[in-house]
Design a protein around this ligand. Structure first.
Ligand code: CP
Length: 305
């Protein structure tokens, strides 16, 4: 199992054993949160799309381990504006940094960046495709809050078509004998290439648009916002916005220990009153981004094995 110089582009590039090894390193990072492990190392964060959690938690992780960060959060201030290609941008950045995190609206952009770069490239989200570091923090959170990963009943609700965090998480959890419940209108259901894979692996899964239909079965409900920025037609977004809302009334119909996760940002799909209930796990989930990203940086920069 080798992580040094490894790109982190898709969760499909990681085996079950590798994912479990990463979670072990994350636990070590939680035990020793600060230090000089990455002293002298430079991370470039190239964000062509907005971000709060991913960019700031990578920055914080790097700085807590004594590394430094360069980069941009707005491509309008870069030479992309003059017509420079993504390929050339990456060829330049690899001269300035030991690793690169990229977020870009185009699916496949992180893979292209990894082809251009000789330093490790980490995908911070490419369009509707993948968000592998979010998935690592999601499975770390599930392991912590449920005490296990195996055999869980996991619901996904909201925009399962465009929600890249759902796509990555379904693949990762498929290693752990789950039962999935995909809750969305037909137009926003999980793409067929994912369900074809679930059929192939004989993983039990159900599709419905009714939030309450399987509510009593769930160990975890993973809520997503409707991804306004991905809709080709704004009128189509208007049709679906606000379609699901998790509130205290809904929580009357779930197991006492059912946990609600959300990659955030939320818009209106989880009522704020839910935050103070024993079901809310989304802020703890976001906090887990720090040790997870520390572990990944230390692994790909060859500072831990
Ligand atoms: N979960 C997540 O990717 O959040 P940001 O878009 O704020 O980075």
């Amino acid at each position: 199992m080798e992580f040094k110089n490894r790109d982190v582009i898709s969760i499909t590039d990681f085996s079950k054993e590798e994912l479990l090894h990463i979670l072990k390193v994350v636990r070590q990072m939680e035990q020793k949160p600060k230090g000089s492990l990455l002293k002298g190392k430079i991370l470039a964060t190239l964000f062509f799309e907005p971000s709060t959690r991913t960019r700031l938690s990578f920055t914080s992780a790097m700085e807590q381990l004594s590394g430094t960060v360069i980069g941009f959060s707005n491509a309008n201030v870069t030479s992309i504006q003059k017509g420079e290609s993504l390929w050339d941008t990456i060829k330049m950045t690899e001269q300035y940094a030991d690793a690169i995190v990229i977020r870009h609206p185009l699916e496949g952009s992180a893979r292209l960046a990894a082809e251009a770069a000789s330093v490790p490239v980490i995908n911070g989200g490419d369009g509707s495709n993948q968000h592998p570091t979010q998935t690592m923090l999601d499975i770390y959170t599930i392991q912590k809050i449920k005490g296990k990963l195996d055999g869980l009943h996991i619901g996904f609700v909201g925009d399962l078509k465009y929600g890249r965090t759902v796509h990555s998480l379904v693949i990762a959890l498929s290693h752990f004998n789950p039962t999935f419940y995909f809750i969305a209108p037909d137009e926003l259901q999980i793409p067929e290439n994912y369900t074809e894979e679930l059929f192939r692996k004989k993983i039990r899964h159900f599709k419905t648009r009714d939030l309450e239909r399987f509510s009593k079965e769930l160990d975890v409900l993973y809520v997503t916002r409707i991804q306004k920025e991905r809709f080709p037609d704004p009128l189509e977004y208007e049709k679906f916005k606000g379609i699901y809302r998790i509130d205290e009334a809904f929580l009357q119909h779930v197991k006492k220990d059912m946990k609600i996760m959300h990659p955030l940002p939320r818009i209106d799909e989880i009522d704020k009153n839910v935050d103070k209930t024993q079901h809310a796990a989304y802020f703890e989930q976001a906090a887990n981004g720090i040790p997870v990203r520390k572990a990944l940086l230390a692994l790909v920069l060859g500072k831990v094995r």
